[in-house]
Design a protein around this ligand. Structure first.
Ligand code: FMN
Ligand code: FE2
Ligand code: FE2
Length: 409
C-alpha cells in the first residue's frame, strides 16, 4: 500500500490485492493493484475508490491520512465504474462522511441505487461535461460504455492532461514500488506488459470492439498521463499502453504474435507421448511456444497465452465418447471470449470409438469460432512411429501457416 504524487495536486493511493480469485474466477499469481486518485484543487475530489477486500477502506483512509487529507473534506467522489473493485468502499464512506457528491454516468447512477441503495447528491454527466475544482483543475468526463460495464466513463484533468481511465489501460501485477513507468526498469515494464495481456484477456477481452471505440474517443484528448484503476501509471510514454491495448483488441480476431500455444491433457500418458514429440518439432522450428496442461493450468493463464498466439495445438484423448472434459471447458471459455482467426491443429489418443474430435468440431461450429484447423491426427492407444511422423508433418504445416498469417497481416 502506498501514496505517491502523480503530478501537480494529484495523488495516487494504491492497495494491492493478493490471495484472491479476481472476479471470483481468475487466478492472479502476481496479485493486482487497485488505484484511487485524489485531485486537490480548491475543492478535493477522489477518483474511484478501491474495493472492500480485507479492510481496504481502512487502508484507503490510512493512505489519505499519510497525505494529510481528511476524508471528510472530499467534496466529489468520481465513480468511473461501479464494479465493486472500484466502488466497494463507498458504503464505508457514506457511513462515516456522508456529505459528498457523486459524479458518474447515468447508467452508473442506476447501478449505485441497486448495489448500495445510494441515490443522494448524484451529478450525472454527459460527454464533455465539466467540473471545476479550482486551481485550474477543470475536469471533463467521457463515457466509454462496456469497458468494462455499460456504466464506464473516463475522467480527464485538462490542466495536467491526466486521463483517469479506470479499467481501460490497466494491468494485473501488484505494485511494490511507486508504480510509474518513468521509474521502472525495462525488466519491470516487461513484467507489467505480460500482466497487461493477462488482465486484458481475462477481464476486457469480450469488449474489444468497445475498447477500440474508447481509444478513438480518448485520442481526441491531449493526454499526457494515463492513470488507470489497476496497474502502473504511464507518465513517460502514455502512447505505449494505448498502442498495446490497440494490439490486444486486434488479437481477438487474429492473427496475434508469431507464437504457438499447446494445450494438452492426458489420463495415462498416451497423448502425452505425442505432445513430447510435438515439443521437439517446435524446438526444431525455432518458434516461440507456450505449453499448458489441463486441468492443472488455470483458465486465466491459458487465455493470456492464447490471446498472444496465432497458432494453437490442442492435444487430448477421448473420454466417455467425448473430449477429455477439462479441455472442453477451456475451449468453451476461449469461445466465450470470442477468440477467433487462429490456426490450429488437434491430435490425441483414443481406445475404441473416438469421440473427442466430434465434440471439438461441434464446439467450434456452435460458437462460430472461425479457427482454421489443419487435418487432425488421432491414434489408437500409444502413437506409432507413423503417427509421430504424421504429427511432425502437421506441426511443420501449422508453423508455416502461422508464419504466413503473421507476415501477411
Ligand atoms: C474414463 C475413460 C473413458 C474413456 N472413454 C473412451 C471412449 O468413450 N471412447 C474411446 O474411444 N476411448 C475411450 N477411452 C480410452 C482412452 O481414450 C484411451 O485410453 C487413450 O489412450 C487415453 O489417452 P491418454 O493416455 O492420453 O489419456 C476412455 C478411457 C478412460 C480412462
Ligand atoms: Fe471492471
Ligand atoms: Fe476494475
Amino acid at each position: 500500500m502506498n501514496a505517491t504524487k502523480v503530478t501537480e495536486d494529484i495523488f495516487k493511493l494504491t492497495v494491492n490485492a493478493e490471495d484472491i480469485l479476481f472476479e471470483g474466477i481468475w487466478e492472479i499469481p502476481n496479485g493486482v493493484a487497485m488505484n484511487s486518485y485524489i485531485i486537490k484543487g480548491d475543492k478535493t475530489a477522489i477518483v474511484d475508490g478501491v474495493c472492500g477486500w480485507n479492510g481496504v477502506p481502512e487502508k484507503l483512509f490510512a493512505l489519505m491520512d499519510s497525505l494529510n487529507i481528511d476524508p471528510g473534506s472530499i467534496e466529489y467522489v468520481i465513480i468511473n465504474h461501479v464494479e465493486p473493485d472500484h466502488s466497494g468502499w463507498l458504503e464505508s464512506l457514506i457511513r462515516i462522511f456522508p456529505d459528498f457528491k457523486v459524479v458518474c454516468s447515468r447508467e452508473a447512477a442506476n447501478l449505485l441505487a441497486s448495489f448500495y441503495r445510494h441515490t443522494d447528491n448524484i451529478i450525472t454527466i454527459h460527454d464533455g461535461f465539466e467540473l471545476d475544482l479550482g486551481k485550474g483543475h477543470v475536469l471533463k468526463f467521457y463515457e466509454i460504455p462496456n469497458v468494462h460495464w455499460p456504466d464506464t466513463m473516463v475522467t480527464f484533468d485538462t490542466l495536467t492532461g491526466t486521463l483517469f481511465s479506470c479499467d481501460a489501460f490497466g494491468s494485473y501485477g501488484k505494485i511494490t514500488s511507486a508504480g510509474y513507468d518513468d521509474q521502472l526498469s525495462e525488466e519491470e515494464i516487461s513484467f507489467f506488459e505480460k500482466e497487461a495481456v493477462r488482465y486484458y484477456s481475462n477481464i476486457v477481452a469480450v469488449f474489444s470492439s468497445s475498447v477500440l471505440k474508447a481509444i478513438e474517443k480518448c485520442s481526441a484528448l491531449p493526454v499526457k498521463i494515463i492513470a488507470p484503476g489497476h496497474g502502473i501509471v504511464w507518465r513517460k510514454d502514455p502512447a505505449k499502453i494505448i498502442d498495446d491495448y490497440k494490439r490486444y483488441a486486434a488479437y481477438q480476431k487474429g492473427p496475434a504474435k508469431e507464437e504457438i500455444t499447446v494445450i494438452w491433457g492426458s489420463m495415462y500418458g498416451m497423448t502425452e507421448k505425442a505432445v513430447m514429440h510435438v515439443e521437439k518439432v517446435l524446438e526444431q522450428e525455432n518458434i516461440k511456444y507456450n505449453i499448458h496442461r489441463v486441468p492443472e493450468t488455470s483458465w486465466g493463464t491459458i487465455l493470456a497465452s492464447v490471446w498472444d498466439s496465432t497458432g494453437i495445438i490442442l492435444a487430448m484423448p477421448t473420454y466417455e465418447y467425448k473430449m477429455f472434459p477439462p479441455m472442453a471447458a477451456v475451449l468453451e471459455e476461449l469461445c466465450k471470449k470470442r477468440v477467433s482467426g487462429r490456426c490450429a491443429f488437434r491430435l490425441g489418443s483414443y481406445g475404441w470409438s473416438g469421440g473427442a474430435q466430434k465434440e471439438l468440431d461441434e464446439i467450434m461450429d456452435r460458437n462460430r469460432a472461425k479457427w482454421e484447423f489443419i487435418e487432425p491426427v488421432e491414434f489408437k492407444g500409444s502413437p506409432s512411429d507413423q503417427d509421430l511422423e504424421l504429427i511432425t508433418e502437421r506441426v511443420h504445416q501449422l508453423v508455416r501457416t502461422v508464419r504466413e498469417r503473421v507476415s501477411n497481416r
